[in-house]
Design a protein around this ligand. Structure first.
Ligand code: FES
Length: 327
C-alpha cells in the first residue's frame, strides 16, 4: 500500500512554575499508509523527531485504555485509530483528554476519574437483595457492561462533565449499573437510592456523546437510562430529575406533545421556577414563548395503541440481556 503524507498537529502542554499549564501547538510531518495507527505514528515522532513528546500507551491492543486522547476532536484510543480515518486535509489534530487535569503533553492525571469509579463502590456487597440464582440473561447483561476498559473516553467527551466537575460521569454510572444488575448484589435498593442523589444518574443530559466515544460499545447512556427506570420503579420519584421524566411521560401519553409552559413548574416547583425567571425572560426576548394552552397532537390514537402494547407487555426493568446486548 502506498504511503500518504500527514501533518500531526499536537497540543504540547507543560506545567509552568506557578502551576498553570502552558499550551502550544506543534506540527510534525509523517508518512504512512492509511491504516497505520495514530499510536504507531506518535511513537515514530517520539523516536525520530522529538523525544520529549509525552503520551501514555501500553497494550497496543485496545485493552488497557491508557492511550485514550482527543484525536480529530473526539476522544479515541490511539492504538485503535487508523490515521486516514481522522485526517482532515492531511492534518491530524491531537490533544489530551478533556475534563481531566493535564500532567504533560498528552498525559493526563487519571486519578480523579478513578476516584469517581471508587465512589460507586465497584464490588459486590452483602445485603438483603441478594439472589443466588444467576441466569444466563443476567450474566450476559453484566458481562456486557464489564467490557468497559476504564479508558476515560466517555468522561472526556461528556458535556455534563464539562459543565460540572461534580458529576459522577458515564463510566462510573455504567459500572454502577453493572452492580445494580448483578443478581448476587445485596444492596441494589441502597445503590439506587444513592444514585438518585444530586450529581449522579439524573444529571446526565442524554447527549449520547459517551455512546459515540466508547471504544468498547458499552453504551453508558443506555445503562444510565435503565438505572433511572429502575429508580422510578422502586418509588424513587423525588427530585427534579424523576419529576421531569414523569412530567414528560404524562404529557406525551395524554397529548402527544409537551406542555412546556407548565413543565418547569412540575419539575422544580414554584420556588425553582421563580429562580429561573431570568432564563425565561431571556428565552421570551428571543421569541421562544411556549403556548400556555394545552394542545393535542395528531395521531394520538396511534400513540394510545403503543401505550396499550407497552402496558400489556411492560419492559422488564430488571436484568434482561437483550435490552442492552447489541444485535
Ligand atoms: S495502548 Fe492499550 S488501549 Fe491503546
Amino acid at each position: 500500500m502506498s504511503e500518504n503524507h500527514y501533518t500531526f498537529r499536537i497540543q504540547r502542554n507543560r506545567k509552568a512554575a506557578d502551576g498553570r499549564i502552558d499550551s502550544r501547538w506543534v506540527e510534525y510531518p509523517v508518512s504512512a499508509t492509511p491504516t497505520t495507527t495514530v499510536l504507531t505514528l506518535l511513537e515514530e515522532i517520539k523516536g525520530e523527531q522529538d523525544g520529549s513528546l509525552t503520551f501514555r500507551q501500553s497494550c497496543r491492543s485496545a485493552i488497557c485504555g491508557s492511550c485514550a486522547m482527543k484525536i480529530g476532536g473526539r476522544t479515541r484510543l490511539a492504538c485503535k485509530t487508523h490515521v486516514e480515518s481522522v485526517a482532515h486535509n492531511g492534518v491530524v489534530e491531537i490533544a489530551p483528554q478533556a475534563n481531566q487535569p493535564v500532567l504533560k503533553d498528552l498525559a493526563i492525571d487519571i486519578g480523579p476519574f478513578f476516584t469517581r469509579i471508587h465512589a460507586i463502590r465497584p464490588y459486590l456487597e452483602d445485603g438483603p437483595d441478594t439472589d443466588l440464582v444467576l441466569e444466563q440473561s443476567a450474566y450476559d447483561q453484566v458481562n456486557h457492561v464489564t467490557q468497559c476498559i476504564l479508558c476515560g473516553s466517555c468522561y472526556s467527551d461528556c458535556v455534563m462533565a464539562e459543565v460540572s466537575q461534580e458529576f459522577i460521569g458515564p463510566a462510573a454510572l455504567a459500572k454502577a449499573f453493572r452492580f445494580v444488575s448483578d443478581p448476587r448484589e445485596g444492596q441494589k435498593e441502597r445503590r439506587l437510592e444513592q444514585l438518585s442523589h444530586p450529581h449522579m444518574m439524573w444529571t446526565c443530559a442524554r447527549c449520547a456523546m459517551c455512546v459515540e466515544s466508547c471504544p468498547k460499545d458499552v453504551k453508558p447512556m443506555e445503562a444510565i437510562v435503565k438505572l433511572r427506570t429502575r429508580g422510578i420503579a422502586k418509588g424513587l420519584k423525588d427530585g427534579p430529575g424523576p419529576k421531569h421524566a414523569l412530567a414528560f411521560h404524562h404529557d406525551i401519553q395524554k397529548a402527544g406533545s409537551l406542555n412546556e409552559f407548565t413543565l418547569m413548574m412540575r419539575t422544580v416547583g414554584i420556588l425553582g421556577t421563580l429562580e429561573e425567571l431570568g432564563t425565561a425572560f431571556h428565552l421570551m426576548k428571543k421569541g421562544k414563548v411556549p403556548s400556555p394552552l394545552p394542545h393535542k397532537s395528531k395521531g394520538l390514537e396511534e400513540l394510545a395503541k403503543i401505550y396499550e402494547i407497552l402496558e400489556e407487555h411492560p419492559l422488564d426493568v430488571e436484568t434482561k440481556a437483550k435490552e442492552v446486548v447489541p444485535e
